[in-house]
Design a protein around this ligand. Sequence first.
Ligand code: SF4
Length: 94
Amino acid sequence: MDEMPVISGCDEKDCFYNNNDGCHAPAINVGGSHPKCDTFSRSATHIARQPVGRVGACHVTDCKYNSEQMCTARAIVVGRHGDHPDCVTFAPVE
Ligand code: SF4
């Protein structure tokens, strides 16, 4: 894999890294037993960085896109799940 997958959209408007429904974190981590965005940082202010965010590491090893704790999807989408953001591109290994 040459490049880390982009985050094509994120619904978590209360996150510091979110600007206009886009993630601009250099690299997020997605959590272990559940595909939660562990980089979420609740904030009323937002990052000025422009480049689109990417997935740095993913610990959800039962996702079909996971290879050696990295995401092999071309892009992911992050959405709200209760009180936290989740990777909604997650798909269980069949
Ligand atoms: S993907 Fe995670 S770090 Fe990026 S804006 Fe959404 S909640 Fe924040």
